[in-house]
Design a protein around this ligand. Structure first.
Ligand code: ZN
Length: 460
Protein backbone atom coordinates (compact mmCIF):
# COMPACT_ATOMS: atom_id res chain seq x y z
CA UNK A 1 0.00 0.00 0.00
CA UNK A 2 1.41 3.36 -0.94
CA UNK A 3 1.20 6.32 1.42
CA UNK A 4 0.00 8.65 -1.27
CA UNK A 5 -3.57 9.72 -1.76
CA UNK A 6 -5.22 7.98 -4.67
CA UNK A 7 -8.46 8.38 -6.50
CA UNK A 8 -10.94 6.32 -8.46
CA UNK A 9 -13.22 7.84 -11.09
CA UNK A 10 -16.53 6.05 -11.72
CA UNK A 11 -18.92 6.79 -14.55
CA UNK A 12 -21.61 5.32 -12.29
CA UNK A 13 -21.32 4.79 -8.54
CA UNK A 14 -23.59 3.62 -5.76
CA UNK A 15 -22.60 6.09 -3.05
CA UNK A 16 -24.16 6.85 0.32
CA UNK A 17 -26.47 9.25 -1.59
CA UNK A 18 -27.63 6.62 -4.08
CA UNK A 19 -26.72 6.18 -7.73
CA UNK A 20 -24.54 9.01 -9.05
CA UNK A 21 -22.94 9.69 -12.40
CA UNK A 22 -19.30 10.78 -12.85
CA UNK A 23 -17.94 10.57 -9.33
CA UNK A 24 -14.39 10.89 -8.03
CA UNK A 25 -13.61 8.92 -4.86
CA UNK A 26 -10.45 10.07 -3.07
CA UNK A 27 -8.72 7.74 -0.63
CA UNK A 28 -5.98 8.61 1.88
CA UNK A 29 -2.76 6.68 2.47
CA UNK A 30 -4.35 4.55 5.21
CA UNK A 31 -7.19 3.46 2.94
CA UNK A 32 -10.00 5.67 4.16
CA UNK A 33 -12.29 7.56 1.81
CA UNK A 34 -11.70 11.28 2.23
CA UNK A 35 -13.97 12.70 -0.46
CA UNK A 36 -16.74 11.65 -2.83
CA UNK A 37 -17.48 14.41 -5.34
CA UNK A 38 -18.83 14.99 -8.84
CA UNK A 39 -16.12 15.12 -11.46
CA UNK A 40 -16.57 15.81 -15.13
CA UNK A 41 -13.74 13.69 -16.47
CA UNK A 42 -11.58 10.72 -15.60
CA UNK A 43 -8.28 12.45 -16.37
CA UNK A 44 -7.62 13.63 -12.83
CA UNK A 45 -8.06 10.13 -11.34
CA UNK A 46 -5.41 7.49 -10.84
CA UNK A 47 -7.86 4.80 -12.01
CA UNK A 48 -11.24 4.77 -13.69
CA UNK A 49 -14.11 2.29 -13.86
CA UNK A 50 -17.61 2.08 -15.32
CA UNK A 51 -19.56 0.95 -12.25
CA UNK A 52 -18.38 1.29 -8.66
CA UNK A 53 -20.13 -0.36 -5.70
CA UNK A 54 -19.43 -0.67 -1.98
CA UNK A 55 -17.98 -4.15 -1.41
CA UNK A 56 -19.55 -6.64 0.97
CA UNK A 57 -18.16 -7.96 4.26
CA UNK A 58 -18.16 -11.74 4.60
CA UNK A 59 -19.47 -12.11 8.14
CA UNK A 60 -18.84 -15.82 8.69
CA UNK A 61 -16.10 -18.09 7.43
CA UNK A 62 -14.18 -21.20 8.44
CA UNK A 63 -11.47 -21.03 5.79
CA UNK A 64 -10.03 -24.52 6.31
CA UNK A 65 -13.32 -26.03 5.12
CA UNK A 66 -12.65 -24.62 1.63
CA UNK A 67 -10.35 -27.59 1.00
CA UNK A 68 -13.21 -30.01 1.80
CA UNK A 69 -15.30 -28.90 -1.18
CA UNK A 70 -16.16 -32.01 -3.16
CA UNK A 71 -15.18 -34.41 -0.38
CA UNK A 72 -18.49 -34.76 1.41
CA UNK A 73 -21.03 -35.32 -1.35
CA UNK A 74 -21.02 -39.14 -1.50
CA UNK A 75 -23.87 -40.92 0.24
CA UNK A 76 -22.75 -42.66 3.43
CA UNK A 77 -23.46 -46.40 3.84
CA UNK A 78 -25.41 -45.66 7.02
CA UNK A 79 -28.29 -44.18 5.04
CA UNK A 80 -29.56 -40.70 5.78
CA UNK A 81 -26.90 -38.04 5.50
CA UNK A 82 -27.27 -34.86 7.51
CA UNK A 83 -25.40 -31.97 9.03
CA UNK A 84 -24.24 -34.40 11.74
CA UNK A 85 -22.75 -36.95 9.30
CA UNK A 86 -21.08 -34.04 7.48
CA UNK A 87 -19.67 -32.85 10.80
CA UNK A 88 -17.99 -36.22 11.35
CA UNK A 89 -16.28 -35.92 7.95
CA UNK A 90 -15.25 -32.35 8.81
CA UNK A 91 -13.77 -33.41 12.18
CA UNK A 92 -11.69 -36.15 10.54
CA UNK A 93 -10.56 -33.72 7.86
CA UNK A 94 -9.37 -30.98 10.19
CA UNK A 95 -7.46 -33.48 12.27
CA UNK A 96 -4.92 -33.98 9.46
CA UNK A 97 -4.16 -30.29 8.87
CA UNK A 98 -0.90 -28.70 9.99
CA UNK A 99 -0.20 -24.96 10.37
CA UNK A 100 1.18 -24.63 6.83
CA UNK A 101 -1.95 -26.28 5.43
CA UNK A 102 -4.19 -23.96 7.43
CA UNK A 103 -2.36 -20.83 6.26
CA UNK A 104 -2.27 -21.92 2.66
CA UNK A 105 -5.98 -22.83 2.53
CA UNK A 106 -6.86 -19.55 4.25
CA UNK A 107 -4.88 -17.54 1.68
CA UNK A 108 -6.63 -19.39 -1.15
CA UNK A 109 -10.08 -18.82 0.34
CA UNK A 110 -9.30 -15.14 1.03
CA UNK A 111 -8.15 -14.71 -2.57
CA UNK A 112 -11.43 -16.19 -3.83
CA UNK A 113 -13.38 -13.95 -1.48
CA UNK A 114 -11.65 -10.87 -2.87
CA UNK A 115 -12.08 -11.96 -6.49
CA UNK A 116 -15.80 -12.53 -5.92
CA UNK A 117 -16.38 -9.08 -4.41
CA UNK A 118 -15.89 -9.38 -0.66
CA UNK A 119 -13.46 -6.79 0.74
CA UNK A 120 -13.38 -8.14 4.29
CA UNK A 121 -14.08 -11.23 6.35
CA UNK A 122 -14.90 -12.30 9.89
CA UNK A 123 -12.95 -15.51 10.33
CA UNK A 124 -14.68 -17.66 12.97
CA UNK A 125 -11.50 -19.46 13.86
CA UNK A 126 -11.80 -22.55 16.04
CA UNK A 127 -8.89 -24.90 15.27
CA UNK A 128 -6.31 -23.74 17.81
CA UNK A 129 -4.21 -26.74 18.91
CA UNK A 130 -2.29 -29.73 17.61
CA UNK A 131 -4.18 -32.94 16.82
CA UNK A 132 -4.94 -34.52 20.20
CA UNK A 133 -5.30 -31.13 21.88
CA UNK A 134 -1.75 -30.19 22.88
CA UNK A 135 -1.31 -26.42 22.33
CA UNK A 136 1.40 -25.23 19.96
CA UNK A 137 4.50 -23.60 21.48
CA UNK A 138 2.69 -20.29 20.93
CA UNK A 139 -0.96 -20.62 21.90
CA UNK A 140 -1.95 -18.25 19.10
CA UNK A 141 0.06 -20.02 16.37
CA UNK A 142 -2.94 -20.78 14.17
CA UNK A 143 -4.48 -17.35 14.73
CA UNK A 144 -1.18 -15.95 13.48
CA UNK A 145 -1.44 -18.20 10.41
CA UNK A 146 -4.87 -16.75 9.59
CA UNK A 147 -3.48 -13.23 10.07
CA UNK A 148 -0.53 -14.05 7.79
CA UNK A 149 -2.94 -15.24 5.08
CA UNK A 150 -4.91 -12.00 5.43
CA UNK A 151 -1.70 -9.95 5.13
CA UNK A 152 -0.60 -11.88 2.05
CA UNK A 153 -3.91 -11.38 0.26
CA UNK A 154 -4.88 -7.93 1.51
CA UNK A 155 -8.35 -8.84 2.77
CA UNK A 156 -9.78 -6.81 5.66
CA UNK A 157 -9.75 -9.15 8.65
CA UNK A 158 -11.89 -9.36 11.76
CA UNK A 159 -10.38 -12.30 13.60
CA UNK A 160 -12.77 -14.17 15.88
CA UNK A 161 -10.97 -16.69 18.10
CA UNK A 162 -13.59 -19.23 19.09
CA UNK A 163 -14.31 -20.53 22.60
CA UNK A 164 -15.17 -24.23 22.60
CA UNK A 165 -15.25 -25.87 26.01
CA UNK A 166 -17.53 -28.89 26.04
CA UNK A 167 -18.93 -31.53 23.70
CA UNK A 168 -22.59 -30.81 24.49
CA UNK A 169 -24.98 -28.99 26.82
CA UNK A 170 -24.55 -31.78 29.40
CA UNK A 171 -20.91 -30.73 29.84
CA UNK A 172 -19.43 -33.86 28.25
CA UNK A 173 -15.74 -33.80 27.39
CA UNK A 174 -14.44 -32.91 23.93
CA UNK A 175 -13.54 -35.87 21.73
CA UNK A 176 -11.79 -36.62 18.42
CA UNK A 177 -11.30 -33.61 16.17
CA UNK A 178 -12.86 -31.35 18.83
CA UNK A 179 -9.73 -31.72 20.96
CA UNK A 180 -8.06 -29.15 18.72
CA UNK A 181 -10.69 -26.53 19.71
CA UNK A 182 -10.66 -26.71 23.50
CA UNK A 183 -9.68 -24.05 26.04
CA UNK A 184 -10.86 -23.29 29.55
CA UNK A 185 -11.80 -19.69 30.25
CA UNK A 186 -8.38 -18.65 31.48
CA UNK A 187 -6.58 -20.00 28.43
CA UNK A 188 -9.25 -18.59 26.13
CA UNK A 189 -8.60 -15.09 27.50
CA UNK A 190 -4.89 -15.58 26.78
CA UNK A 191 -5.69 -16.80 23.28
CA UNK A 192 -7.86 -13.76 22.55
CA UNK A 193 -4.99 -11.46 23.56
CA UNK A 194 -2.68 -13.26 21.13
CA UNK A 195 -5.27 -13.23 18.36
CA UNK A 196 -5.81 -9.51 18.96
CA UNK A 197 -2.06 -8.88 18.53
CA UNK A 198 -2.03 -11.03 15.38
CA UNK A 199 -4.95 -9.08 13.90
CA UNK A 200 -3.31 -5.79 14.76
CA UNK A 201 -0.21 -6.80 12.78
CA UNK A 202 -2.33 -7.12 9.61
CA UNK A 203 -3.14 -3.44 9.25
CA UNK A 204 -5.02 -0.47 10.67
CA UNK A 205 -8.34 -1.69 9.31
CA UNK A 206 -8.09 -5.17 10.89
CA UNK A 207 -9.82 -6.00 14.14
CA UNK A 208 -10.88 -8.80 16.43
CA UNK A 209 -13.88 -10.03 18.33
CA UNK A 210 -14.93 -12.97 20.44
CA UNK A 211 -16.95 -16.00 19.45
CA UNK A 212 -18.30 -18.58 21.85
CA UNK A 213 -18.96 -21.40 19.37
CA UNK A 214 -22.54 -22.16 20.45
CA UNK A 215 -24.73 -22.72 23.50
CA UNK A 216 -23.90 -26.41 23.30
CA UNK A 217 -20.12 -25.79 23.38
CA UNK A 218 -19.94 -23.07 26.09
CA UNK A 219 -21.88 -23.20 29.36
CA UNK A 220 -23.90 -20.33 30.82
CA UNK A 221 -21.24 -19.23 33.31
CA UNK A 222 -18.50 -19.02 30.68
CA UNK A 223 -20.77 -17.35 28.10
CA UNK A 224 -21.54 -14.61 30.61
CA UNK A 225 -17.89 -14.30 31.62
CA UNK A 226 -16.78 -13.83 27.99
CA UNK A 227 -19.53 -11.30 27.41
CA UNK A 228 -18.38 -9.33 30.47
CA UNK A 229 -14.65 -9.60 29.86
CA UNK A 230 -14.66 -8.42 26.25
CA UNK A 231 -16.95 -5.42 26.01
CA UNK A 232 -17.26 -3.28 22.90
CA UNK A 233 -16.06 -5.81 20.32
CA UNK A 234 -18.03 -8.06 17.94
CA UNK A 235 -19.61 -11.06 19.67
CA UNK A 236 -20.51 -13.93 17.33
CA UNK A 237 -22.22 -17.25 18.11
CA UNK A 238 -23.75 -20.12 16.09
CA UNK A 239 -27.38 -20.56 17.00
CA UNK A 240 -30.52 -22.47 15.94
CA UNK A 241 -28.93 -24.03 12.86
CA UNK A 242 -30.20 -27.53 13.54
CA UNK A 243 -33.40 -28.78 15.18
CA UNK A 244 -31.61 -31.47 17.30
CA UNK A 245 -29.43 -28.71 18.76
CA UNK A 246 -32.49 -26.67 19.74
CA UNK A 247 -34.04 -29.78 21.31
CA UNK A 248 -30.84 -30.50 23.25
CA UNK A 249 -30.86 -26.99 24.73
CA UNK A 250 -34.59 -27.16 25.47
CA UNK A 251 -34.19 -30.46 27.33
CA UNK A 252 -31.40 -29.07 29.50
CA UNK A 253 -32.42 -25.42 29.97
CA UNK A 254 -36.19 -25.62 29.52
CA UNK A 255 -36.22 -23.16 26.60
CA UNK A 256 -35.49 -23.16 22.89
CA UNK A 257 -31.91 -21.99 22.27
CA UNK A 258 -32.76 -18.56 20.81
CA UNK A 259 -35.33 -17.76 23.50
CA UNK A 260 -32.87 -18.83 26.18
CA UNK A 261 -30.14 -16.63 24.71
CA UNK A 262 -32.41 -13.59 24.45
CA UNK A 263 -33.55 -14.07 28.07
CA UNK A 264 -30.10 -14.66 29.58
CA UNK A 265 -27.65 -12.46 27.68
CA UNK A 266 -27.75 -8.82 26.52
CA UNK A 267 -28.18 -9.47 22.79
CA UNK A 268 -27.62 -6.10 21.07
CA UNK A 269 -25.85 -4.34 18.20
CA UNK A 270 -22.49 -6.01 18.78
CA UNK A 271 -23.98 -9.48 18.42
CA UNK A 272 -23.97 -11.58 15.30
CA UNK A 273 -26.28 -14.59 15.47
CA UNK A 274 -25.00 -17.11 12.94
CA UNK A 275 -27.71 -19.02 11.03
CA UNK A 276 -30.76 -18.46 13.29
CA UNK A 277 -32.43 -20.80 10.81
CA UNK A 278 -35.07 -22.29 13.06
CA UNK A 279 -36.78 -19.48 14.94
CA UNK A 280 -40.46 -19.35 15.86
CA UNK A 281 -42.41 -16.16 15.08
CA UNK A 282 -41.84 -14.67 18.50
CA UNK A 283 -38.08 -15.27 18.33
CA UNK A 284 -37.95 -13.81 14.82
CA UNK A 285 -39.63 -10.65 16.06
CA UNK A 286 -37.45 -10.35 19.16
CA UNK A 287 -34.21 -10.75 17.21
CA UNK A 288 -35.40 -8.25 14.59
CA UNK A 289 -35.78 -5.51 17.21
CA UNK A 290 -32.66 -6.44 19.23
CA UNK A 291 -30.27 -4.55 16.96
CA UNK A 292 -28.22 -7.73 16.44
CA UNK A 293 -27.27 -8.93 12.96
CA UNK A 294 -28.30 -12.38 11.80
CA UNK A 295 -25.45 -14.04 9.92
CA UNK A 296 -27.03 -15.90 7.03
CA UNK A 297 -24.95 -18.39 5.03
CA UNK A 298 -27.49 -19.47 2.40
CA UNK A 299 -25.18 -21.55 0.18
CA UNK A 300 -23.72 -23.52 3.09
CA UNK A 301 -27.14 -23.83 4.74
CA UNK A 302 -28.47 -25.31 1.48
CA UNK A 303 -25.47 -27.61 1.12
CA UNK A 304 -25.84 -28.88 4.69
CA UNK A 305 -29.62 -29.19 4.49
CA UNK A 306 -30.11 -26.88 7.47
CA UNK A 307 -33.49 -25.44 6.57
CA UNK A 308 -34.91 -22.10 5.45
CA UNK A 309 -34.57 -18.85 7.38
CA UNK A 310 -37.75 -16.85 7.92
CA UNK A 311 -36.48 -13.90 5.91
CA UNK A 312 -39.81 -12.36 4.91
CA UNK A 313 -41.10 -11.82 8.46
CA UNK A 314 -37.66 -10.87 9.72
CA UNK A 315 -37.17 -8.13 7.12
CA UNK A 316 -40.73 -6.89 7.61
CA UNK A 317 -39.96 -6.47 11.33
CA UNK A 318 -36.85 -4.41 10.54
CA UNK A 319 -34.31 -7.19 11.12
CA UNK A 320 -30.67 -6.78 10.12
CA UNK A 321 -28.70 -9.43 8.28
CA UNK A 322 -25.49 -10.00 6.37
CA UNK A 323 -24.11 -13.03 4.59
CA UNK A 324 -21.22 -15.37 5.18
CA UNK A 325 -19.52 -17.99 3.08
CA UNK A 326 -19.25 -20.28 6.15
CA UNK A 327 -18.01 -23.67 4.79
CA UNK A 328 -16.68 -21.91 1.67
CA UNK A 329 -17.96 -24.66 -0.61
CA UNK A 330 -18.75 -21.83 -3.02
CA UNK A 331 -17.56 -18.27 -2.48
CA UNK A 332 -19.58 -15.45 -4.05
CA UNK A 333 -21.56 -12.73 -2.26
CA UNK A 334 -23.98 -12.19 -5.15
CA UNK A 335 -24.80 -15.90 -5.17
CA UNK A 336 -25.43 -15.95 -1.41
CA UNK A 337 -28.04 -13.24 -1.88
CA UNK A 338 -29.64 -15.12 -4.79
CA UNK A 339 -29.81 -18.35 -2.77
CA UNK A 340 -31.40 -16.47 0.12
CA UNK A 341 -34.11 -14.93 -2.08
CA UNK A 342 -34.76 -18.18 -3.96
CA UNK A 343 -35.22 -20.13 -0.70
CA UNK A 344 -38.06 -17.75 0.21
CA UNK A 345 -39.63 -17.93 -3.26
CA UNK A 346 -39.61 -21.74 -3.27
CA UNK A 347 -41.10 -21.97 0.22
CA UNK A 348 -43.78 -19.32 -0.32
CA UNK A 349 -44.54 -20.07 -4.00
CA UNK A 350 -44.06 -16.38 -4.57
CA UNK A 351 -41.74 -13.86 -6.25
CA UNK A 352 -39.72 -10.78 -5.21
CA UNK A 353 -40.04 -11.62 -1.53
CA UNK A 354 -37.13 -9.75 0.14
CA UNK A 355 -37.75 -6.32 -1.26
CA UNK A 356 -38.43 -3.04 0.49
CA UNK A 357 -40.82 -0.54 -0.99
CA UNK A 358 -39.24 1.59 -3.69
CA UNK A 359 -36.24 -0.68 -4.09
CA UNK A 360 -35.64 -3.69 -6.26
CA UNK A 361 -35.04 -7.06 -4.69
CA UNK A 362 -31.36 -7.00 -5.63
CA UNK A 363 -30.90 -3.52 -4.22
CA UNK A 364 -32.69 -4.41 -0.97
CA UNK A 365 -30.61 -7.53 -0.51
CA UNK A 366 -27.37 -5.75 -1.36
CA UNK A 367 -27.96 -2.71 0.86
CA UNK A 368 -29.16 -4.77 3.83
CA UNK A 369 -26.21 -7.16 3.64
CA UNK A 370 -23.74 -4.27 3.29
CA UNK A 371 -24.96 -2.64 6.49
CA UNK A 372 -25.31 -5.91 8.39
CA UNK A 373 -21.92 -7.20 7.31
CA UNK A 374 -20.10 -4.02 8.32
CA UNK A 375 -21.87 -3.96 11.68
CA UNK A 376 -21.07 -7.62 12.35
CA UNK A 377 -17.36 -7.09 11.62
CA UNK A 378 -17.21 -3.88 13.63
CA UNK A 379 -15.79 -2.34 10.46
CA UNK A 380 -16.20 1.24 9.28
CA UNK A 381 -17.41 0.24 5.83
CA UNK A 382 -20.55 -0.66 3.92
CA UNK A 383 -20.94 2.53 1.91
CA UNK A 384 -18.94 4.83 -0.31
CA UNK A 385 -18.76 7.86 1.95
CA UNK A 386 -16.06 9.99 3.59
CA UNK A 387 -14.67 8.41 6.75
CA UNK A 388 -15.33 4.82 5.65
CA UNK A 389 -12.63 2.38 4.63
CA UNK A 390 -12.43 2.24 0.84
CA UNK A 391 -14.00 -1.22 0.47
CA UNK A 392 -15.19 -1.06 -3.12
CA UNK A 393 -15.63 -3.12 -6.26
CA UNK A 394 -16.11 -2.45 -9.92
CA UNK A 395 -18.46 -4.43 -12.13
CA UNK A 396 -17.49 -5.32 -15.68
CA UNK A 397 -20.23 -3.88 -17.90
CA UNK A 398 -19.05 -6.19 -20.70
CA UNK A 399 -20.09 -9.19 -18.59
CA UNK A 400 -22.98 -10.90 -20.41
CA UNK A 401 -25.25 -10.78 -17.35
CA UNK A 402 -25.12 -6.99 -17.25
CA UNK A 403 -25.73 -5.95 -20.87
CA UNK A 404 -28.01 -2.94 -21.12
CA UNK A 405 -28.70 -2.66 -17.40
CA UNK A 406 -28.34 0.42 -15.20
CA UNK A 407 -28.71 1.37 -11.54
CA UNK A 408 -30.73 -1.08 -9.40
CA UNK A 409 -31.28 -3.31 -12.42
CA UNK A 410 -27.52 -3.77 -12.56
CA UNK A 411 -27.64 -5.27 -9.09
CA UNK A 412 -30.60 -7.42 -10.07
CA UNK A 413 -28.71 -8.58 -13.17
CA UNK A 414 -25.57 -9.39 -11.21
CA UNK A 415 -27.40 -11.20 -8.40
CA UNK A 416 -29.97 -13.13 -10.43
CA UNK A 417 -28.22 -13.65 -13.78
CA UNK A 418 -24.53 -13.33 -13.04
CA UNK A 419 -21.74 -14.67 -10.91
CA UNK A 420 -18.40 -13.62 -9.53
CA UNK A 421 -16.91 -13.17 -13.00
CA UNK A 422 -18.82 -9.90 -13.24
CA UNK A 423 -16.38 -8.40 -10.70
CA UNK A 424 -13.42 -6.70 -12.37
CA UNK A 425 -11.75 -4.78 -9.52
CA UNK A 426 -11.76 -4.89 -5.74
CA UNK A 427 -10.29 -2.52 -3.16
CA UNK A 428 -10.03 -3.48 0.50
CA UNK A 429 -9.33 -0.41 2.65
CA UNK A 430 -7.91 1.18 -0.46
CA UNK A 431 -5.67 -1.78 -1.35
CA UNK A 432 -6.29 -2.49 -5.02
CA UNK A 433 -6.11 -6.28 -4.70
CA UNK A 434 -8.10 -7.42 -7.75
CA UNK A 435 -7.70 -6.05 -11.31
CA UNK A 436 -9.29 -7.48 -14.45
CA UNK A 437 -10.91 -10.11 -12.24
CA UNK A 438 -7.60 -11.45 -10.95
CA UNK A 439 -6.03 -11.16 -7.52
CA UNK A 440 -2.51 -9.70 -7.60
CA UNK A 441 -0.98 -12.78 -5.93
CA UNK A 442 -3.19 -15.32 -7.70
CA UNK A 443 -0.38 -17.43 -9.21
CA UNK A 444 1.60 -17.83 -5.98
CA UNK A 445 -1.46 -18.41 -3.81
CA UNK A 446 -2.79 -21.10 -6.14
CA UNK A 447 0.60 -22.81 -6.51
CA UNK A 448 1.03 -23.03 -2.73
CA UNK A 449 -2.55 -24.23 -2.24
CA UNK A 450 -2.34 -26.97 -4.86
CA UNK A 451 0.86 -28.28 -3.33
CA UNK A 452 -0.63 -28.46 0.17
CA UNK A 453 -3.90 -29.88 -1.13
CA UNK A 454 -2.14 -32.76 -2.89
CA UNK A 455 -0.52 -33.86 0.36
CA UNK A 456 -3.76 -33.37 2.32
CA UNK A 457 -5.73 -35.52 -0.12
CA UNK A 458 -3.22 -38.34 0.27
CA UNK A 459 -4.15 -38.48 3.94
CA UNK A 460 -7.93 -38.20 3.60
ZN1 ZN B 1 -20.05 -21.75 11.03
Amino acid sequence: MSDATKSVFARKALTAKGWENNVLVRVDGLGRIIAVAPESAAESASYSVDVLLPAQSNLHSHTFQRAMAGLSEARSPAGRDSFWTWREIMYRFLDILDPEDIESIAAFAFMEMLESGYASVAEFHYVHHQPGGQPYARLGELSERIAAAASATGIGLTLLPVAYMQGGVDGRALAGGQLRFGNDLERYVELVEQAKAAAKSVGPDAGFGVAPHSIRAVNERDLKAIEQQFQGVPFHIHIAEQIPEIEEVEAAYGQRSMSWLLDHLPVNERWCLIHATHMNDQETQRVAVSGAVVGLCPITEANLGDGIFNGVNYLRDGGRFGTGSDSNIRIAPSEELRQLEYSQRLRDVSRVTLSLEGKSCGRTLYDTALAGGAQALGRQSGSIAPGKWADMLALDVENTALFGLANDRLLDGWIFAGDRQAVSDVWSAGRHVVRDGRHHARAEVIAAYKKRLASILEKV
